[in-house]
Design a protein around this ligand. Structure first.
Ligand code: ATP
Ligand code: MG
Length: 501
């Protein structure tokens, strides 16, 4: 790629001489302008370097420089001054000129070196810039560490979620970073200047929850001494993060649904309806689909809240991220506590970190690292300091094999499950003529190959995908959620098994 150099000088003779000199270099593309106005009018393309005469009639060099520092601050400008105006040249350096040369013969000789220098710097900066953007695109979303394919997918989802105002539901085990993801979405969205309000649905007593959400009027119940503005109103213009949404009781589920449908709320004990504009992001570590089947979560609320589901993978599915995160927490903690400077994680401890399943995910890893730093008697953290030898049992939710579960819920069982009133259309049909599932699959996913043999895992996978796809009425997103896999994976599998019509 050629470097574009602009020469700006009202002295045609001098401008031609400069451009002639520079043009000899095959890497330079020189354009000459004969005055300040002319160059300012023609700045559609960005030059890599500008050589700018100071004394020009009309808009002079200093004025052009001023404009350049605001319009194109990254373009280096070298001032060209006649012998008498060195002071102005020095002044120009203060405004932001990169360097200056005088119109004497000596400086003309230096010109080549100066230009080469500047351009080298430009190209280096460009390289760093492109690297930086690559890095930020690849590895980072607002303070999130991780570069595994699973996390790349999460970053892409976060990015997409910022484009609109769909409700987002973040699903993942405890400690996977759900709140971090919610914040990342809020702070990269158009609402970033608005508030980010957190409500933990598990931490507030049931009877106070409604008032927490929607506020109350004075005297509406014993203890309501004054009017209270609820979190939904507080979050106006911003985002409300409903954490542990699976803990919401049935009554409040209905009220939340109504508020989301109408975009308005009523304070407890009030009669006025109040419009709110908060965007809703929720999170849960529960298997909400199973909760619907069990009649513990409203299906209609599920569709309202899960317009944009973001599954967050457990740490044990993030490959080398576990080491990246360890290093990150290690560095963070030892920087904040200088007494631990110079410590290291031993290679045995590293291997233990890699091997551990981290049922408490990132949160568990973070505290293990911090604890290990405190516990270690030597400058090198050992395996024992991590205190992870007793491998904790993985939470039941974690243990669930998603595909296997999809298959299992569809096994022929001696006592067919009866669909709950709120169960989603993906639940096992109680009979072949289940009206909500007009396209009942011919056979539920079975572990048998029909001849008393064992069915292959691949075959099982195909059956599970096929069944989920049909039962979700060919809604790929829902089927993917049901199977606990990403949308892209779902598409890949549909294609692979030739299922999609
Ligand atoms: N990718 C990440 N990079 C850096 N820090 C992370 C990452 N994921 C999580 N953390 C940190 O781990 C801790 C737990 O994260 P967070 O509170 O977001 O998890 P959670 O999924 O909401 O957990 P819970 O279900 O228990 O509420 C926090 O200190 C958070 O900053
Ligand atoms: Mg949380």
């Amino acid at each position: 790629m050629k470097y574009r150099i602009y020469v700006v000088d009202d002295d045609r003779h001098y401008a031609r001489m400069l451009s002639y000199r520079l043009d000899k270099n095959a890497n330079y593309e020189v354009k000459v302008f004969h005055g300040g106005e002319e160059v300012l009018k023609n700045l559609d393309e960005k030059p890599d370097l500008m050589l700018l005469d100071i004394m020009m009639p009309g808009v002079d060099g200093v004025e052009v420089l001023r404009q350049m520092t605001t319009r194109m601050p990254e373009v280096p400008v070298i001032m060209v001054s006649a012998q008498g105006v060195i002071d102005t040249a020095v002044e120009a350096m203060k405004i932001g000129a990169y360097d200056y040369i005088t119109k004497g013969q000596d400086d003309l000789v230096k010109l080549d070196a100066i230009v080469r220098n500047v351009l080298e710097k430009v190209s280096l900066e460009r390289e760093v810039e492109s690297l930086r953007s690559e890095v930020s695109e690849k590895y980072q979303v607002k303070g999130m560490i991780g570069e595994s394919p699973a996390m790349q997918q999460v970053y892409r989802m976060i990015q997409k979620a910022t484009r609109g105002d769909l409700t987002v539901a973040i699903q993942g085990e405890s400690g996977t970073g759900k709140e971090l993801v919610a914040k990342a979405i809020h702070y990269s969205s158009g609402r970033k200047r608005g508030p980010f309000i957190v409500v933990n649905c598990a931490a507030i007593p049931r009877d106070l929850m409604e008032s927490e959400f929607f506020g109350h009027e004075k005297g509406s119940f014993t203890g309501a001494h004054a009017r209270k503005i609820g979190k939904f109103e507080q979050a106006d213009g911003g985002t409300i993060f409903l954490d542990e949404i699976g803990e919401l009781d049935h009554d409040l589920q209905a009220k939340l649904l109504r508020a989301l449908q109408e975009g308005e709320l009523t304070r407890v004990g009030g009669s006025e309806t109040i419009e709110f504009s908060a965007r809703v992001i929720s999170a849960t570590n529960k298997d909400v689909v199973q909760m619907i089947r069990d009649g513990r979560f409203r299906e209609d609320l599920y569709y309202r809240l899960f317009q944009f589901p973001v599954p967050l993978p457990p740490l044990r599915e993030r490959g080398q991220d576990v080491l990246l995160l360890s290093n990150y927490f290690f560095r963070e903690y030892s920087q904040a506590h200088p007494e631990f400077k110079g410590m290291k994680i031993s290679s045995a401890a590293r291997r233990a970190i890699e091997a551990h399943p981290w049922p408490g995910n990132v949160r568990e890893l973070k505290s293990a690292i911090e604890r290990a730093i405190l516990l270690s008697d030597t400058p090198e953290i050992g395996v024992a300091d991590l205190m992870i030898a007793n491998i904790n049992p993985i939470s039941p939710w974690a243990e669930r094999m998603t595909l296997a579960q999809a298959a299992e819920t569809s096994f022929k069982s001696p006592t067919p499950r009866v669909a709950q009133p709120h169960s989603p259309s993906v639940s096992t049909p109680s009979s072949e003529d289940d009206l909500r599932n007009p396209v009942s699959p011919e056979s539920p996913v079975s572990l048998e190959d029909g001849e008393g043999g064992i069915v292959s895992l691949e075959e099982l996978k195909q059956r599970a995908v096929e069944r989920a796809y049909r039962l979700c009425e060919r809604n790929v997103d829902r089927a993917a959620v049901e199977l606990g896999i990403g949308r892209a994976t779902m598409y890949r599998l549909l294609k692979k098994f030739d299922i999609m019509e």
